[in-house]
Design a protein around this ligand. Sequence first.
Ligand code: SER
Length: 318
Amino acid sequence: MRKILVTGALGQIGSELTLELRKIYGTDNVIASSRRKKEEQKEVIESGPFEIVEVTNAKQMAEVVQKHKVNTIIHLAALLSAVGEQKPQQAWDINMNGLYNVLEVAREENCSVFTPSSIAAFGPSTPKDKTPQDTIQRPGTMYGVTKVAGEVLCDYYFKKFGVDTRGVRFPGLISYATLPGGGTTDYAVHIYYDAIKQGKYTSFIDKGTYMDMMYMPDALNSIVTLMEANPDKLIHRNAFNISAMSFEPEDIAAEIKKHIPEFEMDYDVDPVRQSIAESWPNSLDDSAAREEWGWDPKYDLASMTTDMLEKLKVKLNK
Ligand code: SER
């Protein structure tokens, strides 16, 4: 029986993942944690066990793991790419020391660990198209540095101590439930909100800039599927390339226009996030994930757009 601790449970992924895991594994078996309570995430906090955990506080984390007899940690707490460039020291502290504390408690308490890496683990010298699973990783952001270091550290804990570590390199994640917290791919979420609220959107990412993306239901499914995958089949562990679609701002705008014909987009490019986006792949080769644990995303740009607009209209009362 799994007893799962989710760190960053009130964030973009965690808020939806926690509710999904509670459906699959039972409410009492999924402990949500965050460094502070957030009013808007009442459902996650009140629908099952919730603990305050500051991931940089090893003692606090160990106490929660012991108290709930946790055997699986899904470690999501991290600063994203754009915020990480504003606060690189804090990004290192939270992303690296947080992961180190998770791996140490996992080693001591015999837990398995899932933690996401990112397309940000690649950099300007990485092959851009159909980026291979195993390739050059020299990222230019602090976020990317922590993601590469995290992948290597997770591999180390598996080889050295037998900790069952697994991870995926997430692309930009698009969802209607919770906003992302300061990433480069966030434009692909904001565009849907502004399309519904104002009928127009000003993109901070320039036209012609391709990045990998994924709709949240596929992302949640990837976590559960990889976590439950037969370990004998896993050649790679930390971390698998996965993607569902690759597009540029014009593509997503054209798709929205099919539903909202008067929708318009213009550009006010943010040089920091633009240069981060340009340093990342255009599209990932995710064949290793498909072969080793059956990765198979369901949503493409068209089906995601239909669902996003439908759900957001209800959420925004439009
Ligand atoms: N969505 C993330 C970001 O933009 C990528 O992992 O930072």
